[in-house]
Ligand binder design. Structure first.
Ligand SMILES: [Zn+2]
Length: 219
């Protein structure tokens, strides 16, 4: 497994290239390109939330605890109308849920290099990013969500390159880790669950993008 530092370095390089390409070629706002860079770096660390030490899972929990209240208050403006008390409650509840339940669940249900290290998981990251940034113009939204996918995918790619154990192969070493660029989990249940997630989120993304696609195709 590639180390955390090499993942950060690799995804930073990929992210800088992606955001420069966005600004210079696609005419993306620098602000959105910066968001894309941040997403690539975060998504580049994301697959290791299944790491046995639990450290990346805790970091994800902390990040979610910080972002979740923002997303919830944005989605339900009536919460803001309740003043400081209601907002403080949202923050505390989000913190408890993410730190206690999400982190525990990740540690319990994921296996190192399991279903999280797979292509469908990268697709879910794209879909979630697309659905979260719903106030962006559709093109910027696809660009930003694409950044999340690329960050995640770059992690898998780096892990996969670390798997190319040529010497071990030549020596008949059978202890090669599970391929990082896989389309399935290690059990049929995890595979079924992840494809169900892809389908449900895909349905939401489809209905969100459908009017735009229809409008573009009628031009
Ligand atoms: Zn990994």
């Amino acid at each position: 497994m590639a180390k955390q530092e090499s993942h950060i370095t690799f995804s930073t390089v990929v992210g800088i290239a992606y955001s420069l390409c966005g600004i210079l070629v696609l005419g993306i706002y620098p602000e959105h390109a910066m968001l894309a860079l941040a997403l690539i770096i975060i998504a580049g660390m994301l697959p290791d939330i299944d790491h046995g030490s639990g450290k990346p899972a805790h970091e994800l929990g902390a990040l979610l605890a910080a972002i979740a209240p923002l997303v919830i208050i944005e989605a339900f403006p009536e919460l803001r109308a309740g003043g400081m008390t209601r907002m403080a409650l949202v923050v505390i509840v989000c913190y408890l849920i993410t730190r206690v339940f999400v982190v525990r669940a990740l540690q319990m249900f994921t296996k190192e290099r399991g279903i999280i290290h797979s292509i469908p998981a990268a697709i879910i990251v794209f879909q979630l990013a697309y659905l979260i940034f719903d106030d962006l113009y559709w093109f910027d939204r696809v660009y930003v969500a694409g950044a999340a996918f690329i960050g995640f995918f770059s992690h898998l790619l780096l892990d996969a390159s670390g798997n190319l154990n040529f010497l071990g192969k030549a020596m008949g070493d059978k202890s090669r880790p599970r391929p990082a660029l896989s389309f399935s989990g290690d059990t049929w249940f995890s595979t079924a669950a992840i494809y169900a997630c892809v389908a449900v989120l895909g349905w939401f993304v489809y209905w969100d993008l459908y009017p735009t696609v229809q409008r573009l195709s009628s031009l």
